[in-house]
Structure formats: structure tokens, C-alpha cells
Design a protein around this ligand. Structure first.
Ligand code: ADP
Ligand code: MG
Length: 421
């Protein structure tokens, strides 16, 4: 491991992708139109929110799922305060264009009402006569939640006539569903093009935090990446590597890089045939990619887990977590960082003791001075279980959307909201 963790990067070690950062910024220099600039008093404002909370087998919302609902409160409260008539639009689950009784939004409306301390009306419809008359009778400051958008096949197909029906209910659109901004769906990508539209406060804060990682104004920048196989996150790794000083790896990503580096990583979460781009990135950015030096494994036929230096891993071992020497080294990097982004648990955190690496790194980052951005469905779940979500500067509500944004992918749900769009 390098000893230069704590020192600021020397000019000779400047990220080779700095040229890309200066020119090919794409959407990064553009400004989103803000809800603050949108005339809303007395207007019917359609607000696309993400109430897609986790549900149990009976599709009832789970108790620990308030975070997503709480995240939309600032925009709703702002609009109410401005005298708008608020029409909330959301989806829940995957009903695939059919009505699924258990995925109706009545429970969500009730829960939102409790969180807001104000009634949230619900109607079991989002287009047609029922929706139109509910919208027409809504008074200033009142809130109405329409039915699950994905009950209509037009939502996921980005059907223009479905979007037009939604638009006919309001005078303006506020897009606050960051978690859906990577999807080309009717309410997300088409609706904001049909009426005066702006980004909500959640979308603004998500974009500002994630943009800060991509712009990386302060050095050193550290990315922590673990979780699933590298293949699924290659776009993210490729976009971050030119921008960060250190990439600390764990999980399937570390396993695949260890495999590329020639170690015996044959079992468990590993891309046995890594894509050529992964091999190329590893060669180009070798100095920035930090691999575990020790790991916690489950050896075939043994009950207890073992901690081994990576050089001692055998074909009988499944790597399920990073080891203590590795977390110690990673923590030193975090102590010196000014900016840190984390996606992906470092081990199989659902099964102790393989949660140890994730736990140690979470505590370390929580107490570091770095501006910290964390995200990913499983990552946030792990941090919630540790009771640590309040300890980070930004906890993204977007799993796939955060990955897409940081990968530099097009965001159909943000495109119509940029100034000049
Ligand atoms: P996120 O949802 O935060 O983006 P991922 O979906 O990429 O994260 O990965 C999370 C999953 O990866 C978790 O279920 C965790 O158990 C698993 N995981 C992480 N490291 C390992 C490992 N070494 N072996 C097996 N599973 C792992
Ligand atoms: Mg996941």
C-alpha cells in the first residue's frame, strides 16, 4: 500500500483524465431550473415524487421505509406554503401496467399525511373523469395523491397520450423523483416537457451533492466501491477513476480486480471472465486502485471463517469480506480525504462476521472530516442497520439513479429541467 495517503496529490500524479474533466463536462455545467423560480401560487402543480418504499410480501410498506417519504417533504411543504394546489404523482412496486390492489397508494397517502401534519387526499385514479374532477376541486394549499402511475401501461412505455392526460390535470410540473430520473417513463421524461417545469428541492440537493463528486473541486477525493460484480458497475468505475485520487475496493469489484491481478479468486462474487474494459482500467489506473491486502474467507468444509493475506487465498476459499489490515489502511485514506463517495458494501454484510469490513469503514467515514456522499440500495440498508445514516453529508435516495448520474449516463428525467431545455 502506498504511504502517500495523507499527502495531497503531487502534480506529477495528476489524474490523467483531468483533460476530460475540463472539456467533456456535458450536463455538468448546466443549471437546473429551480422550483423557487416557478410561479406556483394558486396553480395546480403536478409533483412527481418517489414514494416507492420497500414493501413486505403482502405489499404493505415496511416500517423502516420512511426515509424516501421524508425526503420529499421539503418540496411538498414549500409548495403548500406558496399557496399551490399540490397533486402528487408516484409509482409503487412493479404492477406492470395492471391494477394490483396491494400496490394502491392509499396507505402512502395516510403516512404522508402523518409526516406532513396535514391531510393528503387520495383518489384511486390518475387519468379520466375521477382525476379531472378531483384536480378541479382542489383548493390552494391542499394536497392530493393520485393512484400508482404504473397501473397504466403508458407510464413505463413513455406514452405521449398518457403524459398529455397527466399534464391536463395541472398548470406546472415539479420533478422531485430523483430515484426515477434515469428512467425514460412518461411522468418523468415526457410530462415536464409539456408544462412549465422545474426541479424540486430533493432533486436539487441530490444533483448538487453528486455533481460535487464529479467536479471534485477539493482533493484528495476517495471513492469506496464494493457490492456486486464489477461488470454491473463498470460504467461507474470508468467514470470515477479519472476523477478520484484513490479507489478503495471491496466486494465483487475487489474480487474481480484481484483475479485480474493474478490471484486465485475462483469462488463467490467474481467475474471469472472480466470484460476487456476492466482489464484496461486496471492497467491504466493501477496506482489509484487499492485492493484488499487481507480478506475474510469461508473455506469449503470449515465452520469458522478465516482471515488470510490475499496471497494465501486458495481455490477452496470464498472471499466474503475485507480483512482488518485492509480496513486499517482504508481508514487512513479516509482520514485524509476532503471528498468521499461510497457505493457498495465491502462484504456480505447480511451474514456476520462478514459485516465487519462494512461496519468499520462506515464508522470511520462517519467520523472523518470529508464531505461524504453514500448511496445504493444495499449500501443505505447496511448503514440504516448501523444507525449511521445521519452521520453522512448526503445519503442518496437514488440507487440506480445515483449510479447512472455518477457514471455520466444520460438522465431522461433531468434533461427537460435544465435551463434552456
Ligand atoms: P448497492 O445496492 O448498494 O449498489 P450492490 O447491489 O452492488 O450494492 O451489492 C450489495 C450486495 O453485495 C449485498 O447483498 C452484499 O451481501 C453483497 N456482497 C458484497 N461483498 C460480497 C462478497 N465479497 N461476497 C458476496 N457478496 C458480497
Ligand atoms: Mg443492490
Amino acid at each position: 500500500m502506498p504511504t502517500a495517503w495523507l499527502s495531497r496529490r503531487s502534480p506529477s500524479a495528476a489524474p490523467s483524465g483531468m483533460g476530460d474533466r475540463a472539456e467533456g463536462l456535458g450536463p455538468t455545467r448546466r443549471k437546473l431550473r429551480s422550483v423557487h423560480e416557478l410561479p406556483t401560487a394558486g396553480k395546480r402543480v403536478l409533483v412527481r415524487v418517489d414514494c416507492n418504499v420497500a414493501v413486505d410480501e403482502e405489499s404493505r410498506p415496511l416500517p423502516r421505509t420512511d426515509q424516501r417519504l421524508r425526503a420529499i417533504l421539503p418540496t411538498v411543504e414549500y409548495l403548500r406554503g406558496s399557496g399551490a394546489r399540490v397533486l402528487l404523482l408516484s409509482h409503487l412496486g412493479r404492477p406492470d401496467g395492471r391494477v394490483v390492489e396491494a400496490l394502491r397508494l392509499d396507505d402512502i397517502a395516510r403516512r404522508l399525511g402523518v409526516l406532513l401534519g396535514a391531510p393528503v387526499r387520495y383518489i384511486p385514479s390518475m387519468r379520466g373523469q375521477i382525476a379531472r374532477s378531483a384536480a378541479a376541486t382542489l383548493r390552494a394549499g391542499e394536497i392530493l395523491l393520485l393512484e400508482n402511475l404504473r397501473f397504466d401501461p403508458g407510464e413505463e412505455r413513455a406514452d405521449p397520450s398518457f403524459a398529455a392526460d397527466l399534464a391536463s390535470l395541472g398548470d406546472a410540473v415539479v420533478q422531485d423523483a430523483f430515484a426515477d430520473a434515469h428512467r425514460r417513463h412518461a411522468s418523468v421524461a415526457v410530462l415536464p416537457t409539456l408544462l412549465p417545469s422545474a426541479a424540486g428541492l430533493l432533486v436539487e440537493s441530490e444533483v448538487a451533492a453528486l455533481q460535487r463528486i464529479l467536479d471534485a473541486p477539493d482533493r484528495p477525493v476517495v471513492a469506496i466501491m464494493g457490492g456486486a460484480k464489477l461488470e454491473t458497475k463498470l460504467g461507474l468505475v470508468a467514470n470515477l477513476l479519472p476523477r478520484v485520487d484513490h479507489l478503495l475496493t471491496g466486494g465483487g469489484i475487489a474480487n474481480t480486480f484481484l483475479h485480474i491481478a493474478g490471484l486465485h479468486v475462483d469462488r463467490g462474487l467474481v467475474d471469472a471472465h472480466p470484460p476487456a474494459e476492466a482489464v484496461d482500467l486496471f492497467a491504466r489506473f493501477r496506482a489509484r486502485i487499492h485492493l484488499p491486502t487481507d480478506v475474510r474467507v469461508q473455506r469449503a468444509g470449515m465452520r469458522e471463517s478465516l482471515i488470510l493475506p490475499v496471497s494465501a487465498v486458495t481455490a477452496a476459499d470464498e472471499i466474503l469480506d475485507v480483512g482488518p489490515e485492509t480496513t486499517e489502511t482504508y481508514c487512513q485514506a479516509l482520514v485524509g480525504a476532503t471528498l468521499c463517495v461510497w457505493n457498495g458494501p465491502l462484504g456480505r454484510f447480511e451474514t456476520p462476521p462478514f459485516d465487519t469490513g462494512t461496519t468499520v469503514i462506515a464508522r470511520c467515514l462517519a467520523s472523518a472530516r470529508a464531505f461524504s456522499v453514500v448511496g445504493g440500495g444495499d449500501t443505505v440498508r447496511a448503514l440504516e442497520e448501523l444507525g449511521l445514516t445521519d452521520a453522512f453529508d448526503h445519503v442518496s435516495t437514488g440507487g440506480g439513479a445515483m449510479l447512472a448520474f455518477l457514471s455520466g449516463d444520460e438522465m431522461p428525467g433531468l434533461e427537460p429541467l435544465y435551463e434552456g431545455a
